[in-house]
Design a protein. Structure first.
Length: 146
């Protein structure tokens, strides 16, 4: 069963993204959020609960740079991007740093779980495309690697 804080966190994730629907299942519980629309919480033996969702203002997409080269390391989940393991720690990677396949490049926090994101190949970080502490979407480029 989801508690109110978890539901609020899911609402914030959805509001800060371009997703139209977010559905999370945990055991017999399910939370489905829609923009614009309703939140529905289904728990076994409990009647559904509905509450309005406030749509987040649209954020214009950044125009791609003409000279972008190399591959990107993309966000595998929706969550909050952290460049370092702690606020006072050095970032895992920065522009010019060489990484090997499997090296941790950042953390994405989703539902209070810290998920280490790893490089999928060897290379050099040529750009950091996400801002520390900001919400990232599924598939959003986080780093450019060559």
């Amino acid at each position: 069963m989801f508690n109110i804080d978890e539901i609020k966190e899911l609402m914030a994730l959805l509001e800060g993204s371009s997703l139209a629907v977010l559905e999370v299942k945990e055991g017999d519980s399910k939370v489905r959020l829609e923009k614009p629309g309703n939140i529905t919480v289904n728990n076994t033996g409990v009647a559904p609960v509905a509450a309005p969702v406030v749509a987040a203002p649209a954020v214009p997409a950044a125009a791609p740079a003409a000279a972008e080269t190399g591959k990107t390391i993309n966000a595998p989940i929706v969550g909050v991007f952290y460049a370092a393991s702690a606020p006072d720690a050095e970032p895992y990677v920065s522009v010019g740093k060489r990484v090997r396949k499997g090296d941790v490049v950042c953390i994405i926090e989703a539902m209070k779980c810290m998920n280490e994101i790893q490089a999928e190949e060897d290379g050099e970080i040529t750009a950091v495309l996400a801002n520390n502490g900001e919400l990232v979407e599924y598939g959003q480029p986080l780093f450019r690697i060559q």
